[in-house]
Unconditional design. Structure first.
Length: 307
């Protein structure tokens, strides 16, 4: 297959590993900066142009789209889909997961465990939202934040009220969530590929830090998941329509709770912690989908008279 990795930085660990895995399995791999693609939106023949040349020889793409480039990046993925190119994750699924509010609403609809979460527009409703999530301490999250940026732990009622008022005064949208004390600054990253958890690690926040993100100094190690945790991770990915996803869970007294679903999960921390070749599992998934696509095309090409 000819597989394109949609990435803005060829030096990133995840991008390099996907190229290595694809080459090792005999595929022709290419990095495409999706922000340098431009789109010919034509009814009879949709096209994508990159570096002045039409992209006509791509069988599959692996989107590695940063959160700040979601709008244009998903437009490029959607154009590939219109051209009949396979994508490890669909454009609509990526968009769902990137909208944190929509993501939580979809997870709730599917009955996936979540921390109690509140969302409001008016500063007049701050007291009600704080009460909704059980009071302080509580967690305040920017809807647009990533890698732990824009996530604040408010330990007192007054602190929570002040932070929410400050964010809303800047016209920034936020979520307010209950603080899961028993998690103790730990969470689980479950890597889902094709409706299966292929690897999992535990992340522990740095001393004095309740956020466990590796980018914020968190430590990681391999972890064994319970059947309920595996099921929750798979259900969360399915609710978004993602075939490649990083699902973050908290171990709470009431069972596993989903705090985030990531459509472009990093490979470095989890591959090193688990020593599992996740990149190859993503390539293998595309191989299976390509074989399925070819089989369906053969069936369609057969005339009724040929049986």
């Amino acid at each position: 297959m000819k597989i394109a990795v949609l990435s803005r930085d060829a030096s990133l660990y995840s991008t390099r590993r996907l190229l290595e895995a694809g080459n090792k399995r005999g595929h022709i791999m290419k990095i495409i900066d999706h922000m340098r693609c431009y789109i010919d939106i034509t009814a009879d023949c949709p096209k994508l142009i990159y570096q002045g040349e039409p992209l006509t020889n791509v069988d599959a793409v692996i989107p590695r789209i940063g959160a700040s480039y979601t709008f244009y990046g998903t437009a490029v993925v959607r154009q590939f889909e219109m051209m009949g190119v396979l994508s490890a994750n669909g454009s609509e699924a990526i968009s769902r997961s990137r909208d944190k509010l929509r993501c939580l609403q979809l997870l709730s609809k599917e009955g996936v465990g979540l921390p109690v979460t509140g969302f409001a527009h008016s500063t007049k409703d701050i007291e009600g939202v704080i009460e909704l999530v059980g009071g302080a301490p509580l967690v305040i999250k920017l809807l647009e934040g990533t890698q732990g940026i824009g996530v604040v732990l408010a330990e007192t009622y007054q602190a929570a009220k002040s932070v929410i008022e400050a964010f809303r005064g800047l016209n920034v949208n936020i979520l307010v969530q209950e603080y899961i004390k028993e998690a103790k600054g730990q969470d689980l990253r479950c890597f889902v590929v094709n409706d299966q958890v292929v690897a999992a690690m535990k992340r522990q926040g740095a001393p004095g830090e309740f956020r466990s993100n590796v980018h914020r100094g968190g430590k990681v190690c391999r972890v064994k998941l319970s059947l309920q945790e595996r099921d929750t991770a798979v259900r969360a990915a399915k609710a978004m329509g993602l075939q490649v996803a990083g699902v973050d869970l908290l171990r709470a007294s009431q069972g596993p709770l989903v705090i985030e679903v990531n459509s472009s999960p990093g490979l470095e921390g989890i591959e090193r912690a688990t020593e599992i070749d996740i990149a190859s599992k993503i390539i293998e998934y595309l191989e299976k989908q390509r074989a399925k696509q070819k089989a369906e095309q053969k069936v369609e090409q057969k005339s009724p008279g040929q049986g």
